[in-house]
Design a protein around this ligand. Structure first.
Ligand SMILES: [Zn+2]
Length: 151
């Protein structure tokens, strides 16, 4: 990216990178010359992505649980024509899922925390860098407890 002119090196490490044709300081901090527009991707429907959209919380009782203890619930049960889609599947804990059973939320007298929709984005897996673990040359670019998004 440096040779294509897409990034500028702002800080370098002291060691040099060598190849047959080039020798350069190892870049430590680079700046993108042009803002890279993120493509709006359609987020694929999956169990894991439903849990991410719902913040790993049961959409009926709001309990926060690890993925291993969450289930997916069809808001309108499949037996009543409900589809397996972003608009009809939510994260639910086991007890709420069993309590709701083969009924709609209204029939089960249970309410959803929010109406499920296809998400435009999902929380990214951030790499948290504390001031101790960040390389020296990065520190001035990191706010305290700053987060660098993993690419
Ligand atoms: Zn629940």
């Amino acid at each position: 990216m440096i040779y294509l002119g897409k990034v500028e090196v702002i800080r370098s490490y002291n060691n040099r990178l060598r190849s047959v044709t080039i020798s350069m300081e190892a870049p430590a901090v680079v700046r993108l010359v042009q803002f890279v527009r993120r493509h709006r991707v359609r987020i694929s429907f999956s169990r894991r992505n439903v849990f991410l959209r719902d913040g790993h919380r049961c959409q009926y009782c709001n309990q926060s649980l690890p993925a291993s203890e969450l289930t997916t619930d069809h808001v309108v049960p499949r037996s009543r024509g409900g589809t397996t889609s972003w608009d009809n599947v939510v994260a639910a804990c086991g007890p709420c899922n069993r309590k709701k059973a083969n009924r709609t939320p209204a029939q089960a007298r249970m309410s959803l925390k929010r109406q499920p929709r296809r998400p435009r984005s999902l929380p990214s897996l951030g790499l948290r860098l504390g001031s101790d673990s960040a390389p020296e040359s990065w520190r001035e670019f990191l706010a305290y407890g700053g987060t660098i998004e993993a690419a």
